[in-house]
Design a protein around this ligand. Structure first.
Ligand code: FE2
Ligand code: FE2
Length: 280
């Protein structure tokens, strides 16, 4: 499960494929990324599987990666054994394969919330009979463990809840602790520390521009809440695994993200360069 690169199928001829990473006991990160071969940096696009008594898939990746996503998930858990599909929020990089997964996993219930299904509208192709609505700060009994929803400090949808597993200490942070990568890596230990630090500051402000407007003590209290979990590992859609040795740096960068000066996002001039390249 933690092997090196796998042979690429014809559907993704230029994309590196990372097999799932075992993060902790019965907990696996499903890898994907965007930008390889055509952007200056790559953006991780992960999901996760907790293979407990009642297996849980955590977020569902991008639809364009559906074949690899489903292969990776089903290499860890049989479709009919999946009991829960936890969706952290209603963005396409978290819901891309939700309908396909629910169609393939007849015994699964999707964990969303009222606002998520409102915002997704008809794009959520799952009957209310197969839904459960869970808000921030609630507990989810999955047989051999009780998961806890904890909203991260940085998020880009009002529906967002992270997911903490007290039995392994793994915290799924949804869009928080995001970083670019220069090449696909499994663990932030493989990133240059300065690059990682600046990457988190930049992505945190891109994801949550409002953190620069929030009162300092109120923003820091949201970081306190996640730090108080005492997580052993932080995982998320847009970060390689953050192990125990790197959690303090990740928390510290998040604390500084509301006051940091970060590079501007690519603008129209960048688009025109892309258009010139495509036209050329
Ligand atoms: Fe998002
Ligand atoms: Fe995301």
């Amino acid at each position: 499960m933690n092997t090196t690169l796998i042979q690429q199928p014809a559907s993704h001829p230029t994309k590196t494929r990372l097999a799932p990473t075992k993060v902790a006991n019965e907990t696996f990160l499903i890898h994907d990324h965007a930008g390889e071969g055509h952007a200056p940096v790559l953006v991780p696009l992960n999901a996760m599987v907790i293979r407990g008594a009642e297996p849980v898939v955590v977020d569902t990746g991008m639809m364009e990666n559906q074949d690899w996503f489903l292969e990776d998930v089903f290499s860890i858990v049989e479709p009919e054994d999946i009991r829960w599909v936890f969706i952290s929020h209603d963005d396409v990089d978290h819901t891309g394969n939700l309908n396909a997964l629910m169609a393939a996993a007849p015994n699964a219930t999707v964990i969303v919330n009222w606002f998520m299904q409102e915002r997704m509208g008809a794009s959520l192709g799952v009957s209310p009979m197969r839904q459960r609505w869970v808000m921030d700060g609630e507990r989810i009994d999955v047989g051999d463990r009780t998961l806890v929803t904890v909203r991260p400090p940085v998020y880009d949808s009002p529906t967002t809840r992270g997911l903490f597993d007290p039995t392994t200490g793994v915290y799924w942070a949804s869009d928080a602790f995001a970083t670019p990568m220069l090449t696909p890596v499994r663990d932030v230990a493989a990133l240059d520390p300065m690059f990682w630090d600046e990457g988190m500051l930049m992505f945190n402000q891109y994801v949550s521009p409002w953190i620069t407007m929030a009162e300092e003590h109120k923003y820091q209290a949201t970081v306190d809440r996640v730090q108080a979990l005492g997580a052993s590992f932080i995982t998320g859609c847009h970060t390689p695994v953050i192990g125990r040795a790197h959690i303090d740096q990740a928390i510290a960068a998040t604390r500084r993200s509301n006051t940091a000066v970060v590079p501007p996002q690519p603008d129209q001039a960048v688009l025109e360069q892309i258009q010139l390249t495509l036209a050329g």
